[in-house]
Design a protein around this ligand. Structure first.
Ligand SMILES: [Zn+2]
Ligand SMILES: [Zn+2]
Length: 439
């Protein structure tokens, strides 16, 4: 595998009006040089800048160390930490129009992009081995679709299997047609150069430069989530029905005692597992370790390994009807029909007084049952306080945070603290994959 470091197009912001500051001289694709405060608008389906209309506009820094600032960038879209920030970026600034809306795109080298992504995802206190492991999976995840062309990656939008009583939806990562990745959690959280001057992150990126996870001669689709909950999940239980040998269930503890792996696809076994708090790498309350993976606004959440959510009948019925667009009437029951290897529910039957529908996969379930997102779909349901056979209260007891496929970030942080090398961390979560230098 030999190649050149690719330039990444990151979609940052969509708005009718975008204000930005060029902190130095930029050459514009219209032949002019610009610096200082600027504004572009979307007008009659075109880009409107300095009394002229354009289909595309690119600002390239004359000196490569120059940066620019974008105003009012929304981060954490639809998550509980959603907020607006001004953000600074290296590389070039490109504006395009897609579907009559204006999009700001940052063109940036892969390694610079990764430095920012790892800095946004991780705290400066993270162990160097955790940062290296993260650099490799972020690089693999990023380069896989770009390098595999159409061969193994469809550019299709979200997939769905919808019948009258069943809605099974999953969300492919690569539903962007106008750029490679977006700057939000949908792809990888990218916040420009604001926090990218963390020394350990630079060291981790440089010492793993171009390194990716490989399986069967191809770059791995290296997924990760916050906490597996004790057991990681099959890829195909969260997304398209494709089997990746390196995205299979891993008990999040070493040494592996294979004989005792619980069968969490079984409802009874999953029920016991979720209600207990079994030992695993990510079963930790150590604030200094959690602080390595969870940025400030994420640390609002610490009950991720085992969590509880309580709803009144009205709250739950309102949330489900709002989030699904379907009126179920009063909610009678939430019945897990199928679980994955981590205990995550793949198909959930929602029984209401007006109708009954089965929903999947894990992310859709998490969306339907919360105003933001439920931490995970690995949960058990308790119905309480019945009036006329209708429960007035629901308690969801759950495990883990995120889809649980691939690397468990909190588990990996604990491994790093325990002295495991990044190669060992990657081996643990991505069974059978190997490390190769791509450029
Ligand atoms: Zn995205
Ligand atoms: Zn874990």
């Amino acid at each position: 595998m030999e190649s050149k470091e690719p330039v990444i197009n990151v979609g940052i912001l969509t708005s009718d009006v975008i204000s930005f500051v060029l902190n130095g001289v930029y050459q514009c694709s219209n032949g002019e040089n610009h610096s200082g405060e600027k504004q572009v608008l979307c007008k009659d389906g075109k880009i409107y800048f300095n009394n002229q209309f354009y289909d595309e506009l690119v600002f390239t820094p004359v000196v490569s160390s120059t940066d620019f600032e974008l105003k009012d960038v929304i981060i954490g879209i639809n998550f509980h930490w959603e907020r607006k920030e001004n953000q600074r970026f290296g590389g070039s600034l490109k504006f395009i129009i897609d579907n009559r809306s204006l999009i700001a795109i940052n063109e940036i080298g892969t390694e610079d992009y990764l430095t920012s992504v790892i800095s946004s995802e991780m705290s400066a206190t993270a162990s160097i081995e955790l940062l290296k492991a993260h650099a490799v999976i972020s690089r693999s995840w990023l380069l896989k679709p770009m390098m595999s062309g159409n061969e193994s990656f469809t550019k299709s939008a979200n997939e769905a299997e919808i019948t009258a009583n069943e809605i099974v939806v999953w969300y492919e990562r690569d539903c962007h047609s106008q750029f490679d990745v977006c700057a939000d959690d949908h792809c990888q959280r990218y916040q420009g150069v604001t926090k990218s001057s963390v020394e350990n992150v630079k060291i981790a990126i440089e010492s793993t430069k171009g390194e990716v996870l490989v399986s069967d001669g191809k770059i791995c689709d290296a997924r990760f989530s916050k906490s597996c909950g004790g057991m990681s999940e099959h890829f195909e239980n969260c997304w398209a029905p494709i089997h990746f040998p390196y995205l299979t269930p891993v008990y999040d503890l070493l040494p592996q005692t294979v004989a005792s792996l619980p069968d969490l696809k079984n409802q009874k076994v999953a029920n016991d597992w979720i209600r207990q708090s079994p030992p695993s790498f990510c079963n930790t309350t150590d604030k200094s370790i959690l602080g390595q993976v969870l940025n400030n606004y994420d640390q609002e959440t610490t009950d991720f390994y085992r969590w509880k959510v309580e709803y009144s009948q009205k709250e739950l019925a309102d949330i489900i009807s709002q989030r699904s667009g379907i009126d179920f009437g009063e909610i009678c029951d939430l019945i897990p029909l199928e679980r994955g290897d981590s205990g995550r529910i793949i198909r959930l039957n929602i029984v209401g007084t007006k109708r009954s529908i089965t929903v999947g996969k894990e992310l859709e379930i998490r969306k339907w049952l919360s105003n933001s997102h439920l931490y995970s779909s690995a949960f058990v349901v308790d119905r309480l306080e019945f009036i006329n056979n209708i429960p007035q209260k629901f308690t969801l007891t759950g495990a883990g945070w995120g889809h649980g496929v691939g690397l468990c970030q909190i588990g990996a942080a604990v491994m790093g603290e325990c002295g495991y090398k990044y190669q060992e961390i990657l081996q643990h979560y991505f069974k059978g994959a190997s490390l190769e230098r791509f450029y």
